[in-house]
Design a protein around this ligand. Structure first.
Ligand SMILES: Cc1cc2nc3c(=O)[nH]c(=O)nc-3n(C[C@H](O)[C@H](O)[C@H](O)COP(=O)(O)O)c2cc1C
Length: 284
């Protein structure tokens, strides 16, 4: 284990560790406007949603580690108190990346990136027409996290209007995660395309699973079963009855299996989501 306190390494090195370890991060494609009406567009992956009522998104343009200067987006958000946050899907990832080029104040990154400015309904900054979800926001507050290079500035945005492209909605009117096809930022030059990496985990039982601590010790300490396997096994309300276990064992010829073989067989069943049969194998 490599261990150290933040003060023992340079900010640039620490920045690299933080951004690789806390990843992938969603990307706020933030559109602002300066007081002369010049549009600005830049991506920020220090970003997330923090509240639904009120609807709050927060992103953070940091002071540059290099020379402690601030970003135009921060300056515009401070002076105009309005932002449009657009989500970034795979179709616009290269244009989003291009827009992060540090163009001079007043240069319109919509033009540089070849993206279309769409008038907003409530705020002055433009929306990105190509982005499938656009949030018009008022800036409630900006919290400065420090005065040195690398310090973040939390721009607390309240959503005043949402725009969702119908093409990413399913029949019930919810966003189809596959159709949305978001991308996220990781360390260095890595990005991740959410669509190709999705998998689902059903919510834990509302009736309360027995928990990993209630599993028999030989299962909890198995050399075969992983933490994910144990998590699935702990998410059952009750263990199968003796009769069900015996009936299953006779039918599937499990009785002669060694403990390791049972664990392997159970693991295979768990990989298909068949938790009940996995339990019957383990307890046979
Ligand atoms: C995907 C991506 C995510 C980024 N995230 C951040 C971030 O969270 N904070 C930050 O200060 N800069 C971030 N940047 C860099 C800014 O986009 C870049 O400094 C940009 O030029 C700032 O533009 P502005 O001065 O017009 O605001 C990111 C760049 C990319 C490509």
């Amino acid at each position: 284990m490599t261990s150290f306190e933040p003060k023992d390494i340079s900010t640039a090195k620490l920045h690299g560790y933080l951004l690789s370890a806390v990843a992938p991060r969603p990307i706020a494609f933030a559109s602002t406007m300066d007081e002369h009406g010049n549009p600005n567009l830049s991506p920020f992956s220090f970003f997330n949603v923090f509240s639904a009522n009120p609807p709050i998104l927060i992103f953070s343009p940091a002071r540059r580690v290099r020379d402690n200067t601030t970003k135009h987006t921060l300056e515009n958000a401070e002076s105009m108190k309005e932002v449009v946050i657009n989500v970034v899907n795979y179709d616009i990832v290269q244009q989003m990346s291009l827009s992060s080029t540090e163009y001079a104040q007043g240069v319109n990154e919509f033009d540089k990136a070849g993206l279309t400015m769409l008038k907003s309904d409530i705020v002055k900054p433009f929306r990105v027409a190509e982005s499938p979800v656009q949030f018009e926001c008022k800036v409630n507050e900006i919290i400065k996290l420090g005065a040195e290079g690398g310090a973040g500035n939390l721009i607390i945005c309240e959503v005043v209007k949402l725009h969702i492209n119908d093409a990413v909605l399913n029949e019930s009117g919810s966003i189809d995660q596959e159709k949305l096809d978001l991308v996220a930022r990781a360390g260095g030059s890595y990005y991740s395309r959410a669509k190709t990496g999705f998998f689902e985990i059903p919510k834990p039982l509302s009736t309360l699973g027995i928990g990993v601590d209630a599993l028999p010790e030989n299962i909890r300490n198995s050399a075969v079963l992983t933490g994910n396997d144990l998590g699935l096994l702990g998410n059952v309300e009750a263990l199968p009855t003796k009769e069900a276990i015996n009936a299953f064992a006779e039918k599937h010829d499990n009785i002669a299996l060694t403990e390791v073989e049972k664990h392997k067989k159970a693991q295979n069943l768990l990989s298909f989501g068949d938790v009940e049969s996995a339990w019957k194998v383990l307890l046979s």
